[in-house]
Design a protein around this ligand. Structure first.
Ligand SMILES: Cc1cc2nc3c(=O)[nH]c(=O)nc-3n(C[C@H](O)[C@H](O)[C@H](O)COP(=O)(O)OP(=O)(O)OC[C@H]3O[C@@H](n4cnc5c(N)ncnc54)[C@H](O)[C@@H]3O)c2cc1C
Length: 407
């Protein structure tokens, strides 16, 4: 029996966003039916129970022009962005019309859940999905409920956001790995400029391979999220991240005694691998598992929104509701060259990124990272990078085969 039109596996960034875009009227659409003309689908959203499969709470940042659909979940936003070079040089700009926004995953879930709860179209199921498979004219999803019951769900289409067990083979695979502290300095010491987010501060000691930087999001004059991040081959131990954070907050930022009231840690793939989005006639992958993570930066949230809108628009038009490519071929090609140059050591990572922010207007870089720049603008960005090492990396890529990602 078919209980719904669409099954979404996983209620993280991608699953919740897709459920939202498929069933909540789109404010941009006009006409009599704000859902776009075609009847909206009945959606079953399956999320793993609390436990090891559930993704831990996290912070999602992205840039946006004006008020967005998830504005009520935005906990903080910044008008000005800063990058600091290894020698302390500061580049700061107000990339009008963009604001850099922060959402906590729990807040996002609460907002979207409240909206979905008001829709008769959405059924939320808590279960561990074991199998997602195509059948003749639809899909079957086999899952296990928390009480051990086996569930057999049917639909016309399935979207799977479960994290992949292993990254696909690639010419270059790096990891963006980090640990962050939510800190308080005490009411008498107010060191943070609440209007400025620092995206990259390269005054951290640089690793032998890849690069490292500090990331600082002020949450108040005496509160901030401070992260230590590396782009390199393997994550560090928690002890090593802690030491790096002590050094960054103490010796580099000079913050003095701190109260660390929460932490966040993560690993995001940076790879030129191809992530298949179609894994059956009616089964698709979405989110990080479907390649939504931008290889050069790890940013995913904005691409997930674009992709969810694309799927919803295809569904409403009656076309096959396949996820559109999250990033253009050109963006992926440029990212592949950058990753190769970084991994091979042909460019110095800290100088490379600091130089890019120093030479390209921030507003253009943000549009570039969203895939909204023209070919000409992309070429000018390419010419602001160390051209010879980049050309050597292009040649290297041409002869480099795919390699299994490290475990
Ligand atoms: C700590 C951290 C911070 C990040 N910060 C940013 C940021 O600032 N900006 C940005 O753009 N990107 C950021 N990212 C990258 C990316 O946006 C996130 O990883 C994002 O959560 C990816 O969304 P997703 O839906 O693909 O995966 P997830 O959000 O991880 O969702 C996958 C879902 O699948 C569920 N699941 C897993 N297995 C099963 C199963 N067997 N059955 C049922 N459900 C299952 C999980 O419970 C989870 O809810 C960050 C990543 C991390 C780890």
């Amino acid at each position: 029996m078919r209980e719904s039109d669409v099954i979404i596996v996983g209620a993280g960034a991608a699953g919740l966003s897709l459920a939202h875009h498929l069933t909540i009227p789109d404010p941009v659409l006009t006409g009599t039916d704000a859902l776009g003309g075609r009847e909206a689908p009945r959606v079953t959203l399956v999320e793993a129970p609390e436990g090891p499969l559930r993704s831990p709470e996290r912070t999602w940042c992205f840039w946006e022009d004006g008020r967005g659909e998830f504005e009520d979940a935005v906990v903080r936003s910044w008008e000005r962005l800063r990058v600091r070079g290894p020698d302390g040089t500061v580049w700061e700009s107000r990339p009008h019309p963009w604001r850099y926004k922060m959402i906590r995953s729990k807040g996002f879930e609460a907002l979207v859940d409240a909206r979905l709860a008001a829709s008769p179209l959405v059924n939320r199921v808590t279960a561990t999905v074991d199998v997602v498979r195509n059948v003749d004219d639809g899909v079957h999803v086999l899952a296990t409920a928390p009480d051990g019951r086996r569930l057999n769900l049917g639909a016309r289409w399935a979207y799977d956001s479960r994290p992949l067990r292993r990254l696909p083979p690639a010419r270059t695979t790096l990891l963006q790995h980090f640990r962050g502290w939510f800190v308080r300095t005490g009411a008498r010491h107010r060191p943070f400029d609440v209007d400025v987010a620092c995206l990259m501060d390269f005054r951290t000691p640089q690793p032998a391979h890849g690069l490292s930087f500090g990331y600082l999001l002020p949450l108040g004059p005496d509160r901030a999220l401070v992260e230590y991040t590396e782009f390199s081959a393997a994550p560090l131990s928690t002890k090593a991240y802690e030491a790096a954070l002590h050094h960054y907050t103490g010796s580099v930022l000079g913050l003095g005694p701190l109260d660390v009231y929460a932490t966040e840690q993560g690993v995001i793939p940076m790879t030129d691998a191809r992530f298949p989005r179609k894994i059956g006639d009616r089964v698709f992958r979405i989110g990080t598992a479907g390649g939504a993570t931008r290889p050069a930066t790890g940013y995913t949230f904005a691409a997930v929104q674009r992709q969810s809108r694309g799927i919803a628009a295809a569904y409403r038009s009656g076309a096959v509701p396949e996820p559109p490519p999250p990033h253009s071929v050109r963006s992926r090609a440029m990212d592949a060259v950058m990753l190769r140059a970084l991994d091979s050591g042909r460019v110095d990572g800290a100088d490379f990124f600091a130089g890019l922010f120093g030479r390209v207007p921030m507003e253009r870089l943000l549009r570039f990272l969203d895939g909204r720049t023209s070919v000409r603008e992309d070429l000018t960005i390419g010419f602001r990078t160390p051209v010879l090492p980049m050309l050597r990396s292009v040649a290297d890529l041409a002869f480099r085969g795919l390699r299994e990602a490290p475990r």
